[in-house]
Design a binder for this molecule. Structure first.
Ligand code: ADP
Ligand code: MG
Length: 203
């Protein structure tokens, strides 16, 4: 790995949002604690109430993203022997579009807490801490596994998005878009964490 890549990964940034169910259940502190406890650095933080237009810009609109949501949903239905036709369509893209609509309702239903997190492998680490999209399949010890029992089947029966406590960027590219969309550069701070020396113990 080149020195440039190492430097980029060391200061990698990701975007995390405590969703309305997390805020309303008083889980914001719990989420923040888990991030800080593992050594990652929160460099921006704010509570806000999103508009539908903002959520529409936050989530990707491309066919690949929509189809992937459809695929994940089908896998979840198959696992439990449920009939995907009860959703009204078997088409992956149509399922994706439907879920996208429910996400607009869900993420504008109450305030959220948004943050930028920085540190080595921030994107992958925060995804690991968040756990599987579907809480019933998320490992215990992850945020979604510890604090939710929701599933695609239950959410879709009620025509709503899966309540899974947090949103976290999936890739560095997604993180770049989301950080740029939700924060202006002057809202993101550059400071040294006192425990940074942990990486230099053996140096
Ligand atoms: P993640 O949040 O883990 O990155 P996705 O990007 O695939 O997951 O989906 C975005 C959000 O859409 C999920 O966090 C969840 O709230 C919601 N969602 C995904 N699939 C479904 C589904 N089948 N039914 C309802 N909501 C869903
Ligand atoms: Mg995602």
């Amino acid at each position: 790995m080149s020195e440039t890549n190492m430097a980029l990964i060391e200061k990698e940034r990701t975007y995390l949002m405590v969703k309305p169910d997390g805020v309303k259940r008083g889980l914001t502190g719990e989420v923040i604690t888990r991030i800080e406890r593992c050594g990652l650095k929160i460099v921006a933080l704010k509570m806000f109430w999103a508009t539908r237009e903002q959520i529409n810009e936050h989530y990707p609109k491309d066919d690949a993203w929509l189809m992937r949501i459809g695929e994940k949903t089908k896998v979840n239905y198959d696992k439990y022997g449920l009939d995907i036709k009860t959703l009204g369509t078997e088409d992956n893209k149509e399922i994706g579009l439907m879920v996208r609509g429910w996400l607009l309702d869900y993420l504008t239903s109450a305030p959220m807490v948004k943050m930028v997190i920085e540190g080595p492998h921030a994107v992958d680490l925060v995804r690991k801490m968040a756990g599987n999209t579907i809480p019933a399949q998320a490992e215990m010890g992850t945020i979604r596994g510890d604090f939710s029992v929701d599933s695609a089947a239950f959410a879709n029966r009620d025509k709503r998005a899966i309540f899974n406590v947090v949103h976290a960027s999936e890739t560095p590219e997604e993180a770049k878009h989301e950080i740029g969309f939700w924060f202006s550069p002057e809202e993101i701070f550059d400071f040294e964490k006192t425990d940074n020396s942990i990486y230099k113990v053996v140096a």
